[in-house]
Design a protein around this ligand. Structure first.
Ligand code: ADP
Ligand code: MG
Length: 424
């Protein structure tokens, strides 16, 4: 069958590479993709994104299965378009995507569904009309976390150490409204512990566990510096055991799928749970409704069997194919361009030639995100330029292979974290 993947980053490259090794996968198209992705069965499509072009591509390329990478396609209703075309789409409807799109919706849903999460107040109205009330609410929370409700490119969450800091953040947001605030603003109680993400393939009330991952959001070693899209990841997280997985499935995943069905918005696709764990206490921080980037780069290489066929069947609620997992650890480290993440007007450098030695190590794969083909070869064309995924039975061997392979792919101005997967 032919598969269409939507997006252009490392996540989409990984999905394409992984599915292209499956017997049932004939060809993978990535729309729009990037110039580092093309391979034996993999082709990119440069057309601009709109419904008319989408329907054209589905017909011309004889697509059987659509996999949206980035959430923006889901918000636009790609899954609903596919339903109209009677085409399999591995992603939720635009209504069900509210679980990720609106932090207010998801927080209310969690509380109503009895899912463990910290308490919150919705002060959207106070914020616009009576700012003093919003300020006074900060006193009620030991560790206030302020969240912009709508999509805000990963920049809408402020974890404050006390009410003074929360007041100062609120003041700044009042003076300089940020994207996503038009959909509301909330404050929740901060929780502490270890963060971990769990991934499930879902359809209605059925599901299949896909793995755990930890990502590294800060730009510098030791979790210092500003947040990024993600500088690396590891899977599985060593302390995640069967007991923990079954607790999360029972207390969080199952009530979620049940609640969505009850509201007449059954969920199909990936549910990616962001969790905070403190001994026996598990708190759900957020839902994402699609694969993560860079978590996908470490999850998919560990899944065995025909994943393309599994995903196609999952879209119609058939979970008869059981997935098997390699008993190995996968790590992914991102190389970013000079200036990334580009805060405070700092420019992210582009156009640097990428030098790739052709003696890459085994059990390693270069994944491309921000690259472009020029006469002289591939050049940098974005903040997160590329990454290497490596896997091995031994975590430290996987790390060593990954860092050795990274030496073989270089460009001027590059920077990357040296501590991915080390302290867990
Ligand atoms: N209630 C909370 N307590 C402590 N930390 C939190 C809380 N909510 C979010 N965070 C921190 O902020 C990060 C981003 O929040 P999240 O809800 O995942 O939003 P997004 O990923 O959409 O930016 C989390 O990964 C976590 O580190
Ligand atoms: Mg998050």
């Amino acid at each position: 069958m032919n598969v269409l993947i939507l997006g252009s980053g490392g996540r989409e490259h990984t999905i394409a590479w992984r599915l292209s090794s499956d017997p049932t996968c004939t060809r993978v198209y990535i729309w729009p993709g990037n110039d580092g992705m093309e391979g034996e069965k993999i082709e990119t499509l440069p057309d601009s994104f709109c419904r008319e072009n989408f329907e054209e591509i589905i017909k011309n390329k004889k697509i059987h299965l659509v996999i949206p990478g980035a959430e923006k396609y889901l918000y636009e209703g790609i899954s609903d378009w596919c339903r109209d075309l009677k085409l399999a789409c591995f992603g939720p409807s635009s209504n069900a995507s509210e679980l990720e799109k609106s932090k207010l919706f998801s927080k209310k849903f969690m509380i109503e569904s009895g899912i463990p999460t910290s308490r919150f107040v919705d002060f959207s109205d106070d914020f616009q009309n009576n700012f003093h009330k919003a300020l006074s609410l900060t006193e009620e929370f030991k560790k206030p976390v302020i969240k912009i409700s709508g999509p805000s490119l990963g920049k809408g969450v402020f974890v404050c150490s006390d009410s003074e800091e929360a007041r100062s953040i609120l003041g700044k947001l009042k003076d300089e409204p940020q994207p996503g605030m038009e959909e509301g603003i909330l404050m929740e109680e901060g929780v502490t512990g270890k963060e971990v993400s769990l991934f499930y393939a879902c359809s209605d009330e059925k599901y299949s566990y896909l793995g755990s991952a930890q990502d590294y959001k800060r730009v510098f070693d030791g979790d210092r510096g500003p947040n990024t899209g993600g500088m690396g990841a590891i899977s599985p997280v060593p302390w995640v055991n069967d007991d923990f997985i079954s607790k999360v499935s029972q207390k969080i995943l199952e009530p979620t799928l049940k609640g969505m069905k009850k509201m007449d918005t059954p969920f199909v696709g990936i549910l990616f749970l962001g969790l905070m764990v403190n001994e026996d206490e598990i708190n759900l921080l957020e839902y994402n409704v699609r694969f993560g980037d860079p978590e996908t780069q470490v999850l998919l290489p560990l899944i065995e069997g025909d994943l393309t066929n599994f995903i196609l069947n999952c879209c119609s609620g058939n979970f008869s194919q059981e997935l098997k997992f390699k008993k190995q650890t996968a790590v992914h480290v991102v190389k970013a361009a000079k200036g990334y993440p580009g805060l405070f007007g700092e420019e992210v450098e582009k156009g640097q030639l990428i030098k790739i030695q052709n003696n890459l190590l085994d059990k390693s794969k270069i994944i491309f995100s921000g690259v472009k083909k020029m006469k002289e070869g591939l050049v940098t064309n974005g903040g997160r330029v590329l990454g290497v995924t490596s896997w091995s039975k031994d975590r430290f061997e996987a790390l060593q292979t990954c860092y050795e392979s990274l030496e073989k792919v270089q460009f001027k101005g590059e920077h990357f974290r040296k501590d991915i997967g080390k302290n867990l």
